[in-house]
Write a new protein. Structure first.
Length: 384
């Protein structure tokens, strides 16, 4: 269970679950840290007792004036509570994901609701905000913003600062186009590769041939490449730190994302060309200053320029990952192998995204039927 922040008077308490019991951690007015077990089991009922009885007793016990019930809980505004919310998220989600969520909050949520008290937020107000966003942004962007906003309000509800998460009363966003996979056709891809040079050509071809995420590719080092065994070790992603100007390697998206990718011919070709450019450096792809990229942002920007120059419909560079999966699956490749290459946790994730590409004509289908017949149980006397 996550730590629970609870404000009582001018003191901020942290309620933690440890060893099956509730522990308290707070700083007194003198700045001295106080912490210890309440000796109460970590149940929802005992959590209420801590908030209503234990904390008020501690407050008065250190010489504070008793607080009338109606003034016990600070009237948090959204902006102040969001700061506490994101603080709790540190070390629980990847650093660049946290940074991105804070940026989204500051840009899209705080200007509308930041100074409003949590208890004064209304479903109607949020729906109006959502409608305004729909005039400017894609559905996928709005869903991300809703998720961030809703998680903040859920945490506020968990801390008894509001009675309910009002997003339950706000109409959702139509999701039919949110996860739309729109890969490039072979014709488009050939046009892109033919009219691109240098590291961008190699980057694009490598992504198409491996299904790697762009952040994973900019994090690749030559030590990750084994041409003899035709293996690519995927162990990191390149991220921009919260600290201004700092870059570093981060963990891949999930445990299953740390993997060894098989090196297909197209991947090997791209790496051999890139080897001529950067083999004396640690990282495979480097910027003009001969340093690792801060992230894949500049790669994505360059990719959009390439599409525009070649008159091809703009799509994020991430769609090259979809090209890898959709092309292989549509031509009958083993989905379990494709899923492993993509770094998906299990095959159901791959099927959910790419099922529509599992197509086959009658000739292929009939061959499969014949193949399956070989594995069927042998029945005797079938004519009877």
């Amino acid at each position: 269970m996550e730590n629970i922040k609870y404000i009582y008077g001018d003191l901020k308490f942290t309620i933690k679950e440890q060893f099956g019991h509730w522990y308290l951690d707070f700083y007194s007015s003198s700045g001295k840290r106080q912490r210890g077990s309440t000796k109460l089991k970590a149940t929802a009922e005992n959590l209420k007792i801590i908030k209503k009885q234990v904390i008020p007793d501690i407050y008065e016990g250190i010489g504070k004036e008793p607080i009338p019930r109606e003034k016990e809980i600070k009237n948090w505004n959204l902006e102040d509570f969001a700061i506490e919310f994101f603080e709790l998220k540190k070390n629980k989600i990847r650093e660049h994901t946290l940074k991105r969520n804070i940026m989204h909050f500051n840009k899209h949520i705080s200007p509308y609701f930041g100074k409003k008290e949590l208890k004064n937020l209304t479903p109607l107000g949020i729906e109006r905000w959502q409608n305004e966003l729909e005039k400017k942004y894609k559905s996928s962007t709005i869903v991300k913003l809703r998720t961030i906003f809703s998680e903040i309000l859920k945490k506020a509800k968990d801390n008894d600062l509001i009675d309910r998460n009002i997003f339950e009363k706000v109409p959702g966003i139509q999701k039919q186009n949110i996860s739309e996979v729109n890969p490039f056709t072979e014709k488009e891809l050939n046009h892109i590769i033919t009219n691109t040079n240098g590291y961008m050509k190699n980057f694009i071809q490598l992504m198409v041939a491996t299904g790697m995420r762009p952040g994973e590719i900019v994090g690749l080092k030559w030590s990750d490449i084994d041409f003899e065994r035709k293996k690519i070790d995927i162990e990191r992603t390149r991220i921009r730190s919260i600290k201004k100007g700092e870059i570093k390697d981060g963990e891949v998206k999930t445990a299953s994302s740390e993997r060894g990718a098989d090196m297909l011919i197209l991947a090997e070709e791209a790496l051999l060309r890139q080897k001529e450019l950067t083999f004396k450096y640690e990282y495979i792809f480097i910027n003009q200053s001969k340093r690792p990229f801060y992230s894949h942002d500049i790669i994505g920007l360059n990719f959009r320029k390439i599409l525009k120059k070649n008159g091809i419909k703009e799509r994020p560079i991430y769609n090259l990952r979809h090209v890898f999966a959709s092309q292989l699956i549509s031509k009958g490749a083993d989905i379990a192998w494709v899923s492993k290459m993509l770094g998906h946790k299990d095959i159901t994730i791959t099927l959910k995204v790419y099922t529509k590409f599992i197509k086959e004509d009658d000739e292929v289908r009939i061959k499969k039927i014949a193949q399956m017949d070989k594995f069927m149980v042998k029945l005797e006397n079938r004519d009877n």
